[in-house]
Design a protein around this ligand. Structure first.
Ligand code: SGN
Ligand code: CA
Length: 517
């Protein structure tokens, strides 16, 4: 009883201190890696429930059209740091090194008196610690699911446990120990649910007794699209490895973790081997193994987000904190037979975005404006009352969050992906969408093709309508819009040299295939 009393007293004192300290709102930016909106219940998931992510939706605004400028990890993170497209911030493909000397939003927040931290996945290179942060504790490269080595303010540290739990512990510790006088901006960034989808100890057997529904397009034959969709290397049927499918044991677990792991996977793997599945049945099995592991990783993220939301509530900080949930891009959960991302097709172009800002976002509201991680730097600066530099290319979401989208808000969006050759053999392309129609151009010398889709009539993007006489007018308007946006955004005619990548993160997939078991 006495212990409970002191616990409450400490929380109350903590809350009083923090409320007095911060009149400008705090910002908690929750970022995941490869989290598909199809696996968030607030987005109508048919696969799982995410009660804690849904808390953000219930208390705030859910965005249906949050589009990434370049659907791949490092590039999206660089967009967020700078508020600029890849061709302007110099980080075009994974494997580039982020130029931390350039203008970034955390540096500008520090200037106006914010305390800043980044905890978790960084993936913008190890050549220098994250710049503009009073505290950083980040994974090295992709980082493993278990027992992650990290860099704490540049210095090597090693943790034991499940990475999603550890990143949350570190974020909570930072929140508890921080200065307290200043408003803060925390980037709390998970590795999960990135490939190869290793569940944590608490969720290893979740979904064991159910069959997850398959997407309609699991057995897509790519007939209605061009060469790129036909020649990719990201299918559940052909690309997934034994490592992805947990048919081999992970290498970096402690003996105890390994025993728990093997007790779960070994009997199931034995049954799988004995069944000798082939053809569609084999693909179906792979899909179930993949999606269940993926959803188990999501469940852990969701539980941990609950811990952070509870902490903000229990310490009286929730009312003065803007909580944002987003992923670095969308992801294929078997749609078109795929995993991974990269394309301008919907599942990878669209990323989840939920924002709860008490007193500003209407609880349970849904927004259909075209917004983007390109807007985050501008938004965070605006929230902090700091000026937004002219050379940033997005727009502050503050009026949108308040329910007053300006008439001048963007009606179309430019997309550009550069990483070819690279993992998964997705061809370079750029394009434009107005939220209903989409025009894409694959622009390499050997594959120079256009595709166009009407999402209203063809939500799964199965049949390109490019070149059809009945859509000539719409096509003309999209071509003009593409030209206009490329000029406005200062996209160079040829790709900058940095797009050739290099570094171990970006070998050609032919090499990768050989390496895969
Ligand atoms: C790794 C993965 C790829 C993935 C890239 C980029 N291979 O290389 O499947 O597309 O990361 O992902 S793995 O066998 O190492 O898992 S990103 O989210 O970091 O951009
Ligand atoms: Ca990613």
């Amino acid at each position: 009883m006495a212990r409970q009393f002191f616990g409450i007293l400490i929380l109350v004192l903590f809350a009083a201190h923090h409320c007095a300290a911060a009149d400008r709102p705090n910002i908690v930016f929750i970022f995941t890696d490869d989290h598909a909106y199809q696996s968030i219940s607030a987005y109508g998931s048919k696969l799982n429930v995410t009660p804690n992510i849904d808390r953000i939706a219930k208390g705030g605004m859910l965005f249906n059209k949050c589009y990434v400028p370049n659907s791949i990890c490092g590039p999206c993170r660089a967009v967020i740091q700078t508020g600029k497209y890849s061709h302007q911030n110099g980080f075009l493909v994974n494997g580039n090194s982020f130029d931390g000397h350039q203008q970034t939003f955390p540096k500008l927040l520090q200037k106006v008196g914010y305390e800043t931290a980044v905890i978790g996945k960084w993936h913008l290179g190890e050549h220098m610690p994250p710049q503009g942060y009073d505290y950083s504790e980040v994974l090295i490269g992709q980082g493993p699911y278990y027992n992650p080595p990290m860099r704490k303010n540049g210095k090597f540290v090693k943790h034991t446990g499940y990475t999603t739990d550890i990143i949350t512990d570190l974020a909570l510790n930072w929140l508890k120990d921080r200065d307290g006088e200043k408003p803060f901006m925390l980037m709390y960034q998970h590795k999960a649910p990135h490939r190869n989808w290793q569940p944590g100890p608490k969720h290893l057997t979740m979904f064991d007794d159910v069959t997850i529904p398959e997407p309609e397009t699991l057995f897509d034959d790519y007939v209605g699209r061009g060469t790129p969709a036909k020649t990719q290397d990201m299918s559940i049927a052909k690309t997934m490895t034994d490592n992805d499918l947990k048919l081999v044991t992970p290498k970096n677990l402690t003996p105890k973790q390994l025993a728990t792991w093997n007790a779960v996977y070994e009997p199931k793997n034995k049954a799988f081997r004995e069944a000798r599945l082939t053809g569609k049945e084999l693909v179906r099995w792979k899909y179930q193994r993949y999606i269940k592991d993926y959803l188990r990783c999501v469940a852990s993220v969701d539980d941990n987000i609950g811990r952070v939301l509870d902490f903000l509530k229990d310490t009286g900080q929730a009312d003065n904190t803007v909580v944002i949930y987003c992923s670095d891009q969308g992801f294929y959960l078997g749609e078109h037979g795929w995993f991974d991302k990269r394309w301008m097709y919907e599942e990878s172009l669209r990323t989840p975005l939920l924002v709860k800002w008490p007193g500003v976002t209407k609880p349970g509201s849904v927004n259909d404006d075209i917004v983007s991680p390109l807007d985050f730097a501008e938004t965070f600066l605006d929230i902090a009352g700091a000026p937004v530099p002219d050379d940033m290319q997005g727009q502050s979401l503050v009026p949108v969050l308040a329910g007053n989208t300006p008439d001048t808000w963007r009606k179309s969006f430019y997309y550009h992906y550069y990483e070819f050759p690279g993992w998964h053999d997705v061809r370079r392309h750029y394009g434009v969408t107005d939220g209903r129609y989409k025009l894409m151009r694959f622009y390499e010398p050997d594959v120079n093709e256009w595709e166009m889709f009407d999402l209203q009539n063809d939500p799964n993007e199965m049949q390109s309508i490019y070149g059809r006489p009945n859509v000539a007018k719409t096509q003309q308007y999209l071509v003009a819009e593409l030209k206009r946006l490329r000029a406005e955004l200062k996209v160079p005619e040829s790709d900058p040299p940095a797009s050739l990548g290099g570094g171990k993160d970006n070998p050609t997939s032919r090499t990768i295939r050989k390496k895969n078991p």
